[in-house]
Design a protein around this ligand. Structure first.
Ligand code: PLP
Length: 233
């Protein structure tokens, strides 16, 4: 199957899952995760109607941007090093992967310099996996208060990557926890902090993430096929 067909099939599935969850399709965006994938495939997905693309590496992202139509919304979803922030500012629709106060400060600083406000999500390591970045469910509340004071950024919600699973259902507990954290933060009524967005759900578990309130599912493999990291330059 072509990735055009894959994209349409996943979109259909998302639509079905949203209906099943009693939600309106407009409340969840399918982000096609195109890291390591060549432009031809992104263009195929674009032709199928995809306008939201997710990338993990700054260099790859900034290389791809000028080669794709201007109405693409670029999502930075990978771990972001502070010293790379300056290359990204003004180019993203949303940065999903803000995982430290220090990184938030740098995004704020560079955004102010550029005279813009950058929308961000805060990444939470809900499952406490050692291999993953993110705030902990325990320290996110203090951090969000600190981050809310930083000019040049606007916190739009939370993001998580749940563990690799065999069945989507296994990750329900983590999605539910992220949703609950967003409710707890919202209750604090912090200035400049919105909790409208929940970025959760990947190829293996998006059905359950949608059921638990996801507003961005980040799908790579199911659209573009397996990734081959050995070819990455
Ligand atoms: C690669 C990646 C995805 C996509 O994962 P698939 O399992 O291929 O759908 C989603 N989110 C993040 C943060 C990723 O790094």
């Amino acid at each position: 199957m072509s990735c055009k067909d894959n994209y349409l099939e996943v979109l259909d599935k998302v639509s079905e899952d949203m209906k099943k969850a009693g939600r309106d399709l407009s409340e969840c965006t399918l982000v096609a995760v195109s890291k390591t994938k060549p432009l031809e495939l992104l263009k195929e997905a674009y032709e199928a109607g995809c306008r939201d693309f997710g990338e993990n590496y700054v260099q790859e992202l900034v290389d791809k941007i000028p080669q794709m139509p201007e109405d693409v919304r670029w999502h930075m979803i990978g771990h972001l090093q502070t010293n790379k922030v300056k290359y990204l500012i003004g180019k993203t629709y949303l940065i999903h992967s803000v995982d430290t106060v220090k990184l938030a400060r740098e995004i704020g600083k560079q955004s102010e310099k550029a005279g813009i406000v950058t929308d961000i999500l805060l990444e939470v390591n809900v499952a406490g996996e050692e291999s993953k970045f993110g705030f902990t469910p325990e320290n996110i509340m203090d951090s969000v208060k600190e981050i809310s004071q930083i000019p040049g950024i606007c916190v739009k919600g939370l993001m998580t990557s749940a563990p690799i699973c065999e069945f989507s259902e296994e990750n329900r507990v983590y999605f539910r926890k992220l949703k609950q954290l967003s409710i707890d933060i919202k209750k604090q009524n912090i200035d400049n902090v919105h909790m409208g967005f929940l970025s959760m759900g990947m190829s293996g578990d998006y059905e359950t993430a949608i059921d638990e309130g996801s507003t961005f599912v980040r799908i790579g493999t199911a659209i573009f096929g397996e990734r081959d990291y050995s070819k990455k330059n």
